[in-house]
Write a protein that binds this ligand. Structure first.
Ligand SMILES: C[S@@+](CC[C@H](N)C(=O)[O-])C[C@H]1O[C@@H](n2cnc3c(N)ncnc32)[C@H](O)[C@@H]1O
Length: 221
């Protein structure tokens, strides 16, 4: 066997080992998450929001384009993470719009406030607010956004009912999911939760590995 053939075989084997390892990790994570429901610790959120994801899998600008974010909009983001998406959304709604970045972990909120101060961004309002019972009034928000987040929250249908309550008529609930998030729900599961909450599908984008769904309030006669 010549050197090139040997290297190809070794490369192939390494790839198989890597993919099997990732698959195994995914299964182990899913089993743990099934039995122990807890918010992803804030130090891990740093790894979820990485340049690879933003460049090749889920660009903040593409997500914002799809959501139709415009100046003046009032936006709620659930579980904003490190803020790369939050700040991209905030730029779109400037100068008089605002992004309320809501999380239940103080660490996450503190880091976002610090980043907003550092980058001199005045329209990101990071706050502790529980998506099970938002502090926002009815019909007051143009977009409610949850990126890789909804399935982590213990009662997603209750959260979606809250999203519906605070959404203005004509507003959108925008959900995105991607693998290998250990809480990744199938598209059909998420659509089922939304239907149960009284939301109807408005638009859908992406494929199996990364998708984005938009819902609006179900209009009843
Ligand atoms: C996986 S992280 C979000 C990642 C981020 N959106 C991203 O795409 O990079 C999920 C976040 O949701 C937050 N979270 C969990 N339950 C929540 C709730 N009931 N209300 C608001 N935020 C919640 C967690 O604290 C955590 O920061």
């Amino acid at each position: 066997m010549d050197l090139a053939a040997a290297l190809s075989i070794i490369g192939f084997l390494l790839l198989v080992i890597l993919l099997s390892g990732l698959f195994l990790l995914q299964v182990v994570f899913r089993i743990i998450r099934h039995w122990y429901h807890f918010p992803i610790p804030s130090f891990m959120i740093q790894f979820i929001d990485n340049p690879l994801r933003r460049r090749f899998i889920q660009s903040p600008e593409v997500a914002a384009d799809r959501m139709g974010l415009r100046p003046g909009m009032r936006v709620v983001e659930i579980g904003p993470g490190k803020g790369s998406y939050t700040f991209a959304f905030a730029r779109r709604v400037m100068p008089d719009g605002v992004v309320y970045a809501c999380d239940i972990q103080k660490d996450v909120v503190d880091r976002l406030r610090e980043r907003a101060r550092r980058e001199d961004v005045s329209n990101v309002d990071a706050r502790i607010d529980n998506a099970h019972a938002f502090s926002f009034p009815d019909d007051s928000i143009d977009r409610v956004i949850a990126l890789s987040c909804l399935a982590e929250i213990p009662d997603p249908v209750k959260v979606l009912k809250e999203c519906k309550r605070i959404l203005k008529p004509g507003g959108l609930v925008c959900l995105t999911e991607l693998l290998p998030d250990p809480d990744y729900p199938f598209r059909g599961t998420e659509k089922g939760w939304a239907a149960e909450a009284g939301l109807e599908l408005a638009e859908e984008f992406g494929g199996f590995f990364a998708y984005q769904l938009h819902f609006r309030k179900l209009v009843t006669a």
